[in-house]
Design a binder for this molecule. Structure first.
Ligand code: GLA
Length: 380
């Protein structure tokens, strides 16, 4: 992707780029819709990456181009008016300006990526994290991986207006090859956990634009739940901090659908922390069981699944997978399947068959590699 991005930069702007960076897509093993509730998440960075190369501009604008459409766009990043992927890049630039880490005079940017868009693998965080690193490098301001993650998070949350949590940007910035990252989102504390499982990604091909609106809606429901639960526990700051032992009390205090949403978040929080311990002890079989439970909770209580995802999970289970679940916001996108290498071929074939029988097409299935986070890329 580095070569493609640099070539596009040269052919668009007639000069070589001066700085470059890349960041990965991600898949979340467990801990869904917990991050913006102050709970834990356990994502893995993927081998697919977004590369951003950058050079100075004297227009005072952002001049951006991507290999996806090759169209040059000029954005006044001071205004919050860009649409599409330009909005993410403009959000990063504004955050860098606020942090005193932006290149003066605007910037030129070319992007190349093999992170699929809308598949629930966080192409947006790969873009914002790589952009933040490339532009800060161009400005010669050294930022830590955590600072990069913060800038990328605020770009998406405050400027683009997706009320996401910190999971995607944090894993894209801090990932280590061969590891999953346990992120406690209330404290932003992280722990690298060796991940040796064999993971398949099944892209259902369902792209719900709806996901963003639905995510914001769920978040509002969680906030409403916290507001009510504060009558029971005044010091409650985050939904995920509700004591798991007080589930009956929580159920009494909340009407539907807030009750179901809250039960999911409290249960998923416990599952994720337990899951991280199991993973650290290489108990993949028990860990896989938690993935199935997590999917059930997402489907029934958080109502963020889709029939295609349910079908993949059911087919995987029947074929003997260790675990399977939706990953990311949900409502479509990718299902992950944890397999034993010996059974991989059989499970893959079973999922393809079941999917084809129901929907008349075969879903793309790829193997995930636990990869590294943001890094500089040479532009020569
Ligand atoms: C999206 C958001 C994340 C997280 C997940 C659900 O991917 O960007 O912050 O909330 O949904 O777990």
């Amino acid at each position: 992707m580095r070569v493609e991005a640099s070539a596009l930069f040269r052919s668009t702007f007639g000069v070589a780029p001066a700085a470059g960076a890349s960041a990965p897509g991600r898949v979340n093993l467990i801990g869904e819709h917990t991050d913006y509730n102050g709970g834990p998440v356990l994502p893995v960075a993927l081998g697919t990456r977004t590369t951003v190369v950058a050079g100075p501009a004297d227009s005072g604008l952002l001049e951006i181009v991507s290999t996806r459409d090759g169209q040059l766009a000029r954005l006044d990043y001071r205004e919050n008016r860009a649409a599409g992927w330009g909005a993410y890049v403009a959000g990063v630039m504004r955050e860098l300006v606020a942090a005193g880490a932006a290149p003066a005079g605007g910037a030129r940017i070319a992007v190349a990526s093999d992170v699929p868009i809308g598949a629930g693998l966080s192409s947006s965080a790969a873009l914002t994290v790589a952009t933040a690193k490339a532009l800060a490098t161009l400005a010669r301001v050294p930022l830590s991986a955590r600072q990069i993650a913060g800038i990328a998070f605020r770009a998406e949350h405050d400027h683009v207006g997706v009320r996401c949590g910190i999971m995607d940007q944090t894993i894209a910035a801090l990932a280590t090859p061969g590891h999953a990252l346990l992120i406690e989102c209330a404290s932003a504390e992280t722990r690298q956990i060796p991940f040796r499982g064999r993971l398949l990604l099944v892209d259902t091909g369902v792209r719900h634009e709806l996901a963003r609106g639905a995510l914001n809606e769920r978040r509002a429901e969680c906030e409403a739940a916290v507001a009510r639960l504060k009558l029971e526990l005044p010091e409650l700051m985050w939904l995920a901090a509700w004591p798991a032992a007080w589930l009956a009390r929580l159920k009494r205090a909340l009407p539907e659908p807030l009750r179901s949403r809250a039960v999911h978040v409290v249960g998923e929080t416990a599952r994720t922390r337990f899951g991280a311990q199991l993973l650290a002890r290489r108990r993949l079989k028990q860990f896989g069981q938690l993935l199935y439970e997590s999917h059930e909770s997402c489907r029934r209580l958080y109502e963020c699944s889709a029939p295609e995802l349910d079908l993949v999970v059911a087919a995987a289970k029947r074929a003997g997978a260790l675990g399977a679940r939706l990953s990311g916001a949900g409502w479509g996108g990718t299902a992950l399947v944890l397999v034993d290498r010996k059974r991989e071929a059989r499970i893959t074939a079973a999922i393809r068959r079941a999917f084809h029988r129901a929907y008349g097409r075969e879903p793309p299935i790829t193997v995930a590699q636990a990869s590294g986070g943001v890094r500089r890329e040479s532009v020569r």
